[in-house]
Design a protein around this ligand. Sequence first.
Ligand SMILES: NC(=O)C1=CN([C@@H]2O[C@H](COP(=O)(O)OP(=O)(O)OC[C@H]3O[C@@H](n4cnc5c(N)ncnc54)[C@H](OP(=O)(O)O)[C@@H]3O)[C@@H](O)[C@H]2O)C=CC1
Ligand SMILES: N[C@@H](CC=O)C(=O)O
Length: 831
Amino acid sequence: MPSAPPASEHLVRHVHKFGGSSLADATRILSLPPLVADGAASTLVVVSAMHGTTNALVAMADEAVAKGDWRAAWQALRARHLDAAAAIAADNAALHDALVADFDALREDLEALTAGDAGDARIARVHGLGEIASSRLVQAALGDGWARLDARDVLVVHPGEMGVGVEWEASRTKLAAWRATHPPQRIVATGFIARGRDGNDTTLGRNGSDYSAAILAHLFDADELTIWTDVDGVLSADPRLVPDATVLPTMSYAEAWELAYFGAKVLHPQTMAPVQARGIPLRIRNTLDPSVPGTWILPENPEGDAELSPVKGLTIVRDMAVLELVGNGMVGVPGTAEKLFAALHGAGVSVTMISQGSSEHSICCVVRASQVEPARAAVEQAFADAFADGRTQAVEVTPDIAVLAAVGDGMVGFPGVAARLFGALAQARVNIRAIAQGASERNISVAIAETDATRALRAAHSAFWLSPQTVSVGMIGPGNVGRTLLAQLAAVLPGLRSRSQVDLRLRAIANSKRMALDHFAIEPGDAIARLHPEGGEPLDLDAFAAHVRAGHIPHALIIDCSASDATAQKYPGWIAAGIHVVTPNKHAGSGAWTRYSALREAQRHSGAKFGYEATVGAGLPVILTLRNLIDTGDTLHAVDGMLSGTLAWLFNSYDGSRPFSELVREARGLGYTEPDPRDDLSGLDVARKLVILAREAGLQLSLEDVDVESLVPEALQDVGVEEFLARLDELDAPMDARLREAQSKGLGLRHLARLTRDGKATVGVVALPAEHACRHTRLTDNLVQFTTDRYASNPLVVQGPGAGPDVTAAGVFGDVLAIANALGSSEGRYA
Ligand SMILES: NC(=O)C1=CN([C@@H]2O[C@H](COP(=O)(O)OP(=O)(O)OC[C@H]3O[C@@H](n4cnc5c(N)ncnc54)[C@H](OP(=O)(O)O)[C@@H]3O)[C@@H](O)[C@H]2O)C=CC1
Ligand SMILES: N[C@@H](CC=O)C(=O)O
């Protein structure tokens, strides 16, 4: 940290720093003058080398030391600079000559290196030639009235364990001398290069130009430092990993330190210290779009900043490993930690994260993967005695670790931040290996498996309202219900992101034969077309699920709109893998008890949700109502009523004026029936619903336990669907006879179901008097009566349309939203 500044001098008002990408070619360099024409009479511009130049120079120096051929590269780099000079100022002979001299000097240095005359200063001079050359080009582009400052004439530095340190007094003295010979004017200065205490050329290290700009802003006592780059500012996370990362309008120096250290590439961590010492505001802006305000980095965040979110940004550092020293004999023994870290220091190992439980039974730290073996060896050596006598037992290494850090001044004294972070990671099924939070409370870091890194980052980003909760969605069965659901998704999804912070991303679609998988997203409106004709690839449900459970998206959900038992068989495995499942398909809820139990067991372990409200009553809240009764302590005595939309519609419509078979065909056309209408007519569909409700009420009922009356003649029970439909009129005579008999007694036909507490379940057609409630329903109405302790003499009734693509798809959609909203809204937005 620099020493306290002398009385404010304000030698320049504004320092601008341009990185290599802003200086990629003559066109980019010629676009700089308007960016620095901000009205400040005293301006200092600090430049990096032209894009790619430093890499080329480093390679040339290496080649020369290895006695290789660097000449072609030298020629190319020289030509690139001379071409840029010609494009910037064709008639500026002084510029041309100066560049020719720079490249001649470079050639001499390279020849000396080739001849074995190496040395740090010569190598530094080669590495830093790019800044000398670019400063000349920028000076020419800016026009008259700009002086050029070779930073080696002013900056004096020394190497240190924590990076390059500045000799502030020596630098101030040299600056005063430089200013004495240069009248006050605007200045272009070289970044990256400096002089050592010994007067030799040196550099500030990789990406050192930001540091140069900060040091010069400090020395010149600037009011403001702008770092121009090719991004819009500091982002809340790496946008390659979190596409929804947002530009942070402001952040504090401390936050910038934390984020820069933990991998946010926009700023070099050292950059902050010189500006921080003088409280100089620092701003990150985009040369490609100067209209974007960028990010202000200030001594303190503006008031109220933390209200948006206590976490400002998230970073991931990969290629790490956990090293853990375990020992029974370490408990309560002073000096263990000191010895451990001294050993690591001795081995030159940098420790990124430290964590120790209060039992003192183990100390765990996170180090770079490349350093973990030297680290292990050093610790084993340091604790050799303790190993020998059993006080320590092991040095355990866990490779393939990433460190996720949540950073924000607003976390200080804000309860619940850790809970939210850990909750988000748990929901995304990310296991935490180690946790560290400094007493400053500005950073919580967790070590996780590297394979979970992107998913963890996205889940945490969403959890802190930095971006919507992203759910990877796969849909099976774009038939009557599925197709309608796709239309509902197409209409609603665009507004959903902003309204509820939920981003449902349809990434896979499948029918009975084929599937289409998309790395990004399939527009719901285009989904069916992706399967036709012969689109996508052959259906493989395991590959489908693996694609939906994408490693980089925090949450996964499969919507199964088929009536297939084969898909239902997959649910326990999917749920165990953390994939939420939503379905109107009744097979899982009413199928074999062992499979049903496996599904519930998987749910308990993984926490993934199973949404099946639409299996009973389509869009009606039948299961929800029953669950609420049970969860609040009521006892179910009976469920009875009409549970089939198709049969309700058929018996509401069937008065003898039209054949029953004609009505069945119409119901099928309206999308009320099951894909095989015999499932409705045989009573099987209603039996399934009774089983689902019974199990919801805690009864171990199975389909075989339900006493079902079938309307399907025996001769039609085993034929194919097409043949059944062709022979539908075989139903007419028996149904006609039944209707006439009922009418002759003043009764009407209805299809009823009943389940009682003792597990007795019946389904069939009943002739009812006109005053019966089920004779007063309309169209596809279901009518479900719950008789319970609380609703004993006057049952609780749920009534309404119980079939049809629209209402069923809405019921499925409701389950999807309930799950998605629960992912992100446990405590609502910070306020
Ligand atoms: N219709 C309604 O009112 C209600 C329906 N439901 C339930 O909704 C579900 C869908 O009904 P509906 O839309 O009418 O049925 P459809 O027959 O119209 O659609 C079924 C879809 O599932 C696909 N499919 C069938 N078998 C498989 C399989 N093994 N693997 C993958 N996909 C498969 C079909 O593909 P392909 O086209 O290739 O055959 C088709 O896309 C059913 O479970 C039904 O019980 C629930 C409540 C109400
Ligand atoms: N075919 C079923 C659809 C809903 O589950 C019915 O008619 O009720």
